[in-house]
Design a protein around this ligand. Structure first.
Ligand SMILES: Cc1cc2nc3c(=O)[nH]c(=O)nc-3n(C[C@H](O)[C@H](O)[C@H](O)COP(=O)(O)OP(=O)(O)OC[C@H]3O[C@@H](n4cnc5c(N)ncnc54)[C@H](O)[C@@H]3O)c2cc1C
Length: 450
């Protein structure tokens, strides 16, 4: 046997050794909250009309549907997949005031007042999801666990502290700096040059959160139709004809909440969102003392790169979840399991030899201006483009969309859009994403050298 053949066999064996016997390529969250086939999908029957048709059964669409149905409207939710098969039950469950643009960056671009307004609304969204979970009594392991942000270099640490201090002074968002010598009190890693803890950020079990939303929507009378793709929306006087793979439905109002899964048929929207693939691993069940050693405070953890690596303990079992390599061109998480596992062990060497029980992927939605958008196009309401942080802002926008249709209460948003940028010739095929991620990696290395 020659050497290359031996290397191939060793490589194969190493790859196989990272998978636990119960490994499945499926979101970990689905163990507790499997996507649902709905009555509508089973019967194939679509009603002829509804007061409101919501396209996309993620967090945003269902929160809107709950508020609308409780106000007495007849609401139908359509989704091209099973209910809960989108990002809502695939994400990492971090809850924050997250935006890819800092207060400083926004201040330079659009003025101090706008920059502070953006972060005030992100804070409202964060508090909104917390109070919504509490008021609705959704059992989804919500915890204000705090977030540790590890600095990937001394220059990154300076930038991080500048941003956090700016927000503390202007907006009162507290943080605690973590000196390089104290990093191990937060995470068993030598990767970081210090960092910071933001104590009021949280986490949830996203599968159970979304399932809780679906259950409450059904109780409010919302009808769900999975495996039903909306192909076109046409104006019919003061109503809309929604053309779907299961027939047409006439609606008084239409709401588009399709985010990273926006299909090409929804042209105006598909031209404005950039689908990015995210990838997450879940380890096998680990000894409690190992988790205690590596993540002693059981927070959420990420770093200061644009293309972050992120870590959290599972809320309902003793496993660790890890994500990274966002934007890599792959329709499956399987080819990335080995490099991601290697990355995880690089950050947490104590996990050497730990195997994986799940790996999965899902689509987030970037936008050309890195901002989420809510608005109205051709009399159709929309909210999408969350740039990797849709749990709080999706919940918040869902409530705003409902209020706009009901013409009541809180309707205003700093993210209200009269300009939702696209790019010439862009039709929804994000061929440039891997290149953009390589640019961000180069950019992060450049800052690290400063
Ligand atoms: C791997 C990963 C990790 C993430 N981590 C976090 C995190 O930690 N914290 C956080 O806040 N956010 C995170 N996000 C982002 C968050 O999950 C999303 O922003 C949010 O779930 C998306 O909005 P949504 O729930 O409203 O829509 P989704 O759940 O994405 O649902 C959109 C739905 O629209 C449907 N659809 C599309 N086109 C059509 C059509 N033509 N007809 C009918 N239906 C259609 C799709 O089938 C899909 O189910 C993450 C996302 C991913 C993928």
């Amino acid at each position: 046997m020659n050497v290359p053949a031996l290397n191939r066999i060793d490589g194969e064996r190493a790859r196989r050794d990272i998978f636990a016997p119960d490994f499945r390529e499926e979101p970990y969250w689905w163990t507790a909250a499997m996507p649902e086939d709905t009555d509508g999908a089973a019967s194939g029957y679509l009603p002829a009309k509804a007061d409101v048709v919501v396209v996309g059964a993620g967090i945003t669409g269902i929160v809107a549907a709950i508020h609308l149905a409780r106000s007495g409207l007849d609401v139908v939710v359509l989704d091209s997949q099973r209910i809960g098969e989108g990002a809502a039950r695939r994400n990492a469950g971090f809850i924050g005031r997250t935006l890819k643009r800092s207060v400083g960056w926004l201040t330079k671009r659009s003025g101090r007042e706008h920059a502070l307004g953006v972060y005030r609304e992100l804070d409202r969204a964060l508090k909104g999801v917390e109070s919504f979970v509490r008021e609705e009594q959704i059992e989804c392991f919500h915890r204000t666990c705090g977030r540790f942000i590890g600095a990937n270099s001394e220059a990154h640490l300076r930038g991080l502290v500048d941003d956090l201090e700016d927000m503390r002074q202007a907006l009162g968002f507290e943080y605690q700096m973590v000196q390089p010598k104290d990093v191990r009190s937060e995470i068993a890693s030598d990767r970081y040059h210090g960092g910071a803890v933001i104590p009021d950020l949280g986490s949830i079990h996203p599968g159970l959160y979304h399932k809780g939303l679906v259950d409450r929507a059904k109780t409010a009378g919302v009808r769900f139709y999975g495996r039903t793709t909306v192909n076109a929306i046409e104006r019919q006087g003061d109503k809309h004809s929604v053309r779907t793979s299961a027939g047409d439905i006439v609606a008084g109002h239409v709401v588009i909440t399709t985010n990273g899964y926006t299909s090409a048929d929804l042209k105006w929207y598909a031209r404005r969102v950039i689908p990015f693939s995210g990838f997450i691993l879940a380890t096998e069940v680990l000894p409690e003392d190992l988790i205690e050693r590596v993540l002693p405070k059981r927070r959420t953890y990420l770093d200061t790169k644009v293309n972050i690596d992120f870590i959290r303990p599972a809320p309902d079992s003793s496993r660790i979840l890890f994500g990274g390599m966002t934007g890599t061109k792959s329709t499956s998480a399987l080819p990335l399991a080995a490099p991601l596992h290697e990355r995880l062990v690089g950050i947490l060497p104590d996990l050497k030899g730990v195997r994986l029980s799940r790996a999965w992927t899902g689509f987030c939605a970037g936008t050309f201006d890195f901002m989420p958008h809510i608005g109205r196009e051709a009399n159709v309401h929309f909210a999408l483009g969350y740039n990797f942080a849709g749990i709080p802002i999706g919940t918040h926008f869902g409530m705003l969309l409902a209020n706009r249709i009901l013409e009541r209460g809180d309707t205003r948003s700093v993210f209200d859009t009269d300009r939702f940028p696209t790019f010439p010739f862009y039709r929804g095929n994000p061929w440039f994403v891997p290149m953009a991620m390589r640019y961000f990696d180069w950019h992060d290395r450049r800052i690290a050298r400063e």
